[in-house]
Design a protein around this ligand. Structure first.
Ligand SMILES: O=C(O)CCC(=O)C(=O)O
Length: 278
């Protein structure tokens, strides 16, 4: 029995590789999370960037809480079953009127995860509109062969190595996924997607959460971690991440350093150069 999604939504996900919008909290709660993020940014004197963007559930207690939110996990369970790991939690912040963009790519090309059931939940903490550079996807592309990618390292590309699908993407077939604060989109890790610069006067703030079944293995890195967020892990392929008892809990900050380094090594595996991400 489905917990959160409708039969129509699960069928759409299987056929097209994405489903949206799904409201998982009201706008007021999303605004509270945005405030927590921006209080931290004000205190540190700049936006969350670099290693702090990755595995952020080890740094911010509220991200750990969000990652385990029942409204989110019920939707994920409807698609990949009840034993669920979260591999990564990653901020995607585009400043007002900024050039930051995301080129067309397929996540599973780079993550070393041997599953076709990788799910990205993208939660909007501010309006993600056509103007502010919401994500677009290529419906059905998750069911085709993975496309070739090339590392282009273009300025303002938010992806680690500026990876881009190196064959023509027919953008006339693309579907935009605008979201209001507190809504999520879900897309499959094989689905081609991208996003444009932010031409609005507000920040475009998203948090992506990458969920996978406990059967998944890491095939690029020797060591990797993930949070067990629901059910049981009968496989033990990933070291389970600890939970922070407060923001920047020293125990989880130490773990974060190792875990974020491991992700970085995986993402840059085989790359010609390693660069600081936006
Ligand atoms: O936030 C964006 O514009 C892109 C996000 C993305 O590529 C992802 O969540 O997989």
């Amino acid at each position: 029995m489905l917990k959160r999604l409708t039969e129509e939504q699960t069928a759409r996900y299987r056929e097209e590789g994405f489903v949206f919008p799904i409201r998982v909290m009201d706008e007021a709660r999303a605004a509270d999370y945005r405030r927590l993020l921006e209080e931290f940014e004000a205190a540190q004197g700049g936006p969350v960037s670099g290693a702090l963007r990755n595995k952020s559930h080890l740094l911010f207690r509220w991200v750990d809480e969000l990652m385990r939110d029942d409204a989110v996990l019920d939707a994920v369970e409807d698609l990949i079953g009840e034993n669920i790991l979260c591999w990564n939690t990653l901020f995607w912040i585009k400043e007002p009127q900024s050039e930051a963009f995301v080129s067309w790519h397929q996540d599973l090309n780079y993550w070393g995860l041997d599953t076709d059931d990788l799910i990205t939940v993208w939660l909007a903490l501010s309006p993600a509109t056509l103007e502010s550079g919401c994500m677009s996807v290529l419906p059905g592309s998750h069911r085709e062969e993975m496309m070739p990618h090339a590392d282009e390292y273009r300025d303002n590309n938010m992806l680690t190595r500026g990876q881009e699908i190196s064959v023509e993407v027919d953008e006339s077939k693309a579907a935009a996924m605008p979201l209001k604060p507190g809504e999520i989109s879900i897309h499959n890790g094989r689905l081609a997607h991208s996003s444009s610069p932010n031409r609005s006067d507000d920040r475009r703030i998203g948090l992506s959460l990458h969920y996978m079944p406990t059967t998944t293995r890491q095939i690029i890195g020797d060591w990797d971690s993930a949070a067990l967020v629901r059910g049981e892990d009968g496989y033990g392929h990933f070291t389970h991440t600890p939970r922070p008892v407060r923001d920047f809990d020293p125990a989880t900050v130490a773990f974060h350093e190792k875990a974020a380094d491991a992700v970085r090594d995986i993402l840059f595996h085989g790359a010609e150069k390693v660069r600081q991400t936006l």
